[in-house]
Design a protein around this ligand. Sequence first.
Ligand SMILES: Nc1ncnc2c1ncn2[C@@H]1O[C@H](COP(=O)(O)OP(=O)(O)O)[C@@H](O)[C@H]1O
Ligand SMILES: [Mg+2]
Length: 367
Amino acid sequence: MTCRDLLSSVSSSTINQYLEQSLNMSLSTSVNGETTYTNSFKCKTTDEGFYFLPRMPSGYVVDDTLYQKIFAIANAALYPMYTLLKQNSAYFVPVKTDDIHTMRALFFPWKKGISERLVISNLDNFINGSHGTTIPVMKNLSFDYNKVTSMAICGNSGSGKSYALTYFLSFLKSFSDLIIVDPKFDSPSRWARENKISVIHPQKNRSKSDFVSEVNESLSQSLSMIQDRQEVLYDNPNKEFKHLTIVIDEVLALSEGVNKQIKDSFFSLLSQIALLGRATRVHLLLVSQRFDHTSIPVSVREQLNVLIQIGNINKKTTQFLFPDLDPEGIVIPVGKGTGLIQIIDNEHPYQVIPLLCPTYYTKKGIL
Ligand SMILES: Nc1ncnc2c1ncn2[C@@H]1O[C@H](COP(=O)(O)OP(=O)(O)O)[C@@H](O)[C@H]1O
Ligand SMILES: [Mg+2]
């Protein structure tokens, strides 16, 4: 039985009752024994989420702490029927009523079901059957490349960054030009060789600064292209350019240990591209073990709109991509390439959701 089947067989009044029971039992230990039975709160479920309606004055404080407590209890209780969307602080909403005791509620937005991994038995066929610039990420999640500019994939070594990167590359190559930088001369390079796309990678007998200078040269050409495109846009604001994606695996390996001047130009070029790329369809796809200010400029981080964190998830590892998030209470799926994703466009709810990167099979030897 799939999640969807499960869902359709449980009525919303049953869920409501079950939710109230769950909260009654768990909260009563921490909330001075107050329960719905003593008329202290109620729940109301809708398609978008559920409301926690406290009856005021209450014997407990309605604050962030209570909100996060309810989040943790309800998220576990509702799994796998619903996934609650984590909020950074209490989400208060007004309630239409003349009763002063019940004019407010806490809202807990949710999405139906849980995140489910895409398992793709033949990646080439899968991509051939896909449409335009839509990139599927999970069974019930995809995004449109026309609506995002810069992407980041973060995670500890071995967490599946390059594997996820190669998945995105396979999609991008059908509608985007690619500039690929691979400091580790690893799976992205093998993928590029297979697809006859050139890669900037370190070479024997050359210094690291040489290598980063070569990267800077390429970034600088992209920046000139942005400027050319801006001029075209000035006369013809509706002009649609072909996407160009600048892909850098292991950014940290580039920005660490080169002389200051070269690093400064690297940072400056990245910032300008991130800031100006949107209108001209020039994208960054950055991969790194960390995204602190020593790996990429803060201004680049602020422009990111697809944020992926895989591998170890805790407050420390998420502090750079998701500075406001306390990941506690979010159910992180187990397995390879799992973690969190946030897509910031105008279509997806502005939230961080559990992620399972696709598992795919291709011609042998690419990865
Ligand atoms: N989503 C996934 N599904 C299946 N296997 C994966 C997935 N992500 C990673 N792996 C496995 O883990 C290995 C290490 O991943 P890799 O991308 O090289 O890690 P990183 O680049 O973060 O160091 C891959 O070679 C692959 O076998
Ligand atoms: Mg890697």
